[in-house]
Each structure stands twice: as C-alpha cells, then as structure tokens.
Design a protein around this ligand. Structure first.
Ligand code: HEC
Ligand code: HEC
Length: 378
C-alpha cells in the first residue's frame, strides 16, 4: 500500500469512527437544533449540564453582580435557602425583598406539567379521579419546565434583576465559560441576545435534570424502603401517624410509598391546595393590608385571575430534605418543623394559637385569605 492510499484509508476510518460515536457533535448545533442522533443528544446534554452548572453558581449573571442562583438555592441545603429569613433580597442593589419562600430545587424532575384536571397514571393511582389543579413549578405552578422557570429569576426585579435579555446575554459574553457557550450554541450566539437568553435558560434547565445533584434518592428513608436501613421505634410511630387516614393523613398529599411501578415516593402529589397559612407580617409587601398572595388565582400568576375557586391554592411541596429548612410554607411564616406539623393538627381546633386577634378580642382566623375564598380550604 502506498503512503497515499494509506492516508486516505485512515481518513475513511476516522470518518467512520466519527459517524459512529457522533463525534460531529463538536459542531455547534445552534440554539434551536433540529433532530439529533442519540449520540448528539447525549453529548449536547453533557455540554449543557456543565454550562448550566457554571451559570448556576455565577453571580455575574445578576444585575448586582453579587447574586447567583445558588445564593438563594444553596446546594448545601438541598438547593433551598441557607438563611432563616422568610424571603430573600434581590435586584440591582440587593434591596428588593421577595414575596415567597425559596423552595428546594430537588425532586422537581417528577413534577408533571401544570393541569387543571389531573388524572393519575395507571402506575400511580386511580385513573378515573379528577385530582384538580396539579403540577408545574413555583408555588403556584405557573412555569412548566426548568427552562421556562429560569427566565423568571434572571429578569425578576426582586431576584437577579437584569433589565432585559440583552443584559443577560452581555454578561454571558464576558463569562469565563463564554467560549464553551459558543461551542455549544454557535460562534455568533452572542450577536443575538434572544438566542443567547434562550440558550442560557436551556442550559440551566438541563443542569436541573442532573440526577446526582437534583434527585439522588440518597436519604435514610430511601435506604429503609430498599430494606437496607432501620427506622427507630419513634420514627416508625411517626410514619404510622403520617400515613394513617384517620390521624395525620399527611401521606394523602405528601406521598410516602413507592408508586406501583416502584418509583421512590416524592413526598408530594404536586396538587394545589388551600390550607390558610397565617399571614406573614415579616414580608414587606404585607404591610399593605390589601395585598394578598392568592397563589393560583394571582397576582404573580395571571392566567387564572378572577377565578375565585382557585384563590388561596398553593402547590404541595416535597417534604424530602424539609429538615434542612428554617422557614416553612409559601410565605415562610413558621420556623420550626414542629410548628409546621402542629399547625395541621390545631388550625381548626385552636385557631388562637396560629392567628392574631382582632381589635374586639376575637381571633382573626385565616387572616391571609379573604373570607370569600374560605370555601376553597382543605
Ligand atoms: C433572590 C432569590 C432567588 C434567586 C437568586 C433565584 N431563585 Fe429560584 N426561586 C426563588 C423563589 C422565591 C422561588 C419561588 C417563586 C414562586 O413561587 O413564585 C423560586 C423558584 C424556583 C424554581 C421552582 C421550584 C419549585 O419548587 O417549583 C426553580 C426551578 C428555580 N427557582 C430556579 C432558579 C434558577 C435556575 C435561578 C438562577 C437563574 C434562580 N432560581 C435564582 C428565589 C430565587
Ligand atoms: C390536602 C393536602 C395536604 C395534606 C393532607 C398535608 N399537607 Fe402538608 N402541605 C400541603 C400544601 C399545599 C403545602 C404548602 C401550603 C402553603 O405553603 O400554602 C404543604 C406544606 C407542608 C410543609 C411545609 C414544607 C415547606 O417546604 O415549606 C410541611 C412541613 C408539611 N406540609 C407537612 C405536613 C404534615 C406533617 C402533614 C400531616 C399532618 C401534612 N403536611 C398534610 C398539602 C398537604
């Protein structure tokens, strides 16, 4: 074989190898790629996960230059807040208070897209029962996927506070991973702020699907379900109460048993429910007596404005990692797990323990939910 044919042959082998392992994924697929081979899809997911991880911890993506996603969603607290304050500050000067408690970002992979009429799959329960409004991300279910959700904090005036998508794109263009961003999304991606922004939220959403970070199922309870750990007698008693329909009945919403297909329990059914958590005067927006966060019917969520039957409904959070939190419920009003549990058992029997008094000495029951919406209460 002449050296020349030899070279040609090697070239052919290299091409063949490239097509087998999908090595042509080195070519950027752009922001809105068409159909991909399986290898391309995996390579893209890996690249986007790595980028999303860097972005998640990058404070330069905020208007203040000081706040990253991880400032509020701390990996050491299951991607929930490290602080005990009910809401966090954001904005260009970090002086704009938020209006809701920061949720954990773990175990969101199983949240179904929001639906007003949710029916269980065959694997999970009774297919014929309409469970009502269920699913989505945030406390009111108004975003369906991590990538839709990530738009919110980047532009929210009380979170990362960027004035527009171009500001986010400009910060990305200066980030240490700008070249990796171009390699994934195209050399000209920063010339199109809308594309750069879409790419950014896709990378963040992809990172949020990384199982080792976001759904490790590494708790002692998971080990217990797998027959690899024991619970103490006290823990077993608590579990019994949690699951007993005549007692705590917590598991009716915070599912604690594996699904029929063996998937570990998420400790939520993602249902939206009204439980009338007391008003939190520590949230600055609540100094206006006419301000009410009514969850599903608004004001943050806008598509069900005026739907009275949806007012006061918030999404059931997972109770996985709940012990790492220092503020509980959508408004962060309660600060110990003991109180959060006690609230359920005595909201109706001893409302004076939870709600403030009116001027005439009577209890101002359900003080964060206007009376017109009390029929919505669970
Ligand atoms: C200033 C604090 C703050 C920052 C910074 C922040 N978040 Fe959040 N995050 C929140 C709060 C508060 C909520 C709940 C919002 C609501 O219910 O309206 C939330 C909700 C979420 C949710 C939905 C969780 C669920 O349980 O449904 C996701 C996903 C999320 N954030 C991702 C991000 C990403 C990605 C970033 C960075 C681009 C980020 N967050 C930056 C405070 C923050
Ligand atoms: C009817 C459904 C339902 C039942 C039953 C239920 N919960 Fe909840 N749980 C919710 C909803 C909805 C929220 C969020 C409400 C809000 O913030 O307004 C919540 C929030 C919580 C929180 C706060 C979690 C966080 O991240 O802030 C704890 C703790 C909790 N529930 C424990 C329990 C316990 C213990 C029981 C049984 C005594 C129970 N729940 C029964 C629906 C339910």
């Amino acid at each position: 074989m002449s050296p020349r044919t030899m070279r040609r042959k090697n070239h052919a082998i290299a091409l063949l190898a490239a097509s087998i392992v999908g090595a042509n994924t080195a070519e950027p697929l752009g922001v809105h790629p068409g159909p991909m081979t399986r290898a391309q899809a995996y390579a893209r997911a890996d690249a986007l996960t790595a980028l999303g991880r860097q972005m998640f911890f990058d404070p330069s993506l905020s208007a203040s230059g000081k706040q990253a996603c991880s400032s509020c969603h701390d990996p050491n607290h299951a991607f929930g807040p490290a602080s005990a304050s009910p809401v966090e500050m954001g904005g260009a000067k970090l002086d704009q208070p938020g209006v809701r408690a920061v949720p954990s970002l773990r175990y969101l992979q199983a949240a179904p897209a929001f639906s007003e009429h949710f029916y269980d799959s065959e694997d999970e329960g009774d297919e014929s029962v309409d469970n009502g409004p269920t699913g989505g991300l945030t406390w009111d279910g108004r975003a369906d996927h991590g990538k839709d959700q990530a738009r919110i904090p980047l532009l929210s005036p009380f979170e990362m506070g960027n004035k527009d998508k171009a500001q986010v794109a400009a910060s990305l263009g200066k980030a240490p991973y700008a070249d990796a961003f171009k390699a994934a999304f195209g050399a000209d991606v920063f010339d199109h702020p809308q594309d750069a922004f879409d790419a950014a939220v896709e990378a963040l959403g992809t990172f949020e699907q990384s199982s080792a970070d976001f759904y490790p199922y590494s708790s002692r309870y998971d080990a217990f379900l797998a027959g690899k750990a024991q619970l103490s007698a006290q823990e077993l008693r608590g579990r019994m109460l949690f699951e007993d329909e005549a007692k705590g009945n917590c598991a009716s919403c915070h599912l604690s048993e594996p699904a029929n297909d063996g998937e570990p329990p998420q400790f939520t059914d993602y249902g939206l429910i009204a439980i009338a958590v007391p008003r939190n005067p520590a949230i600055p927006a609540n100094s206006d007596p006419d301000n009410f966060d009514l969850g599903l019917c608004g004001p943050l969520r806008t598509d069900f404005k005026g739907r009275a039957e949806y007012c006061g409904l918030f999404e059931t959070p997972t109770l996985r990692n709940v012990a790492l939190r220092k503020s509980f419920f959508h408004n962060g009003y309660l600060h110990t797990l003991r109180d959060a549990v006690a609230f359920y058992s005595s909201r109706d029997s001893d409302p004076a323990r939870w709600y403030p008094k009116n001027a005439d000495g009577t209890v101002d029951k359900f003080d964060d939910l206007p009376r017109a919406y009390w029929p919505n209460l669970s």
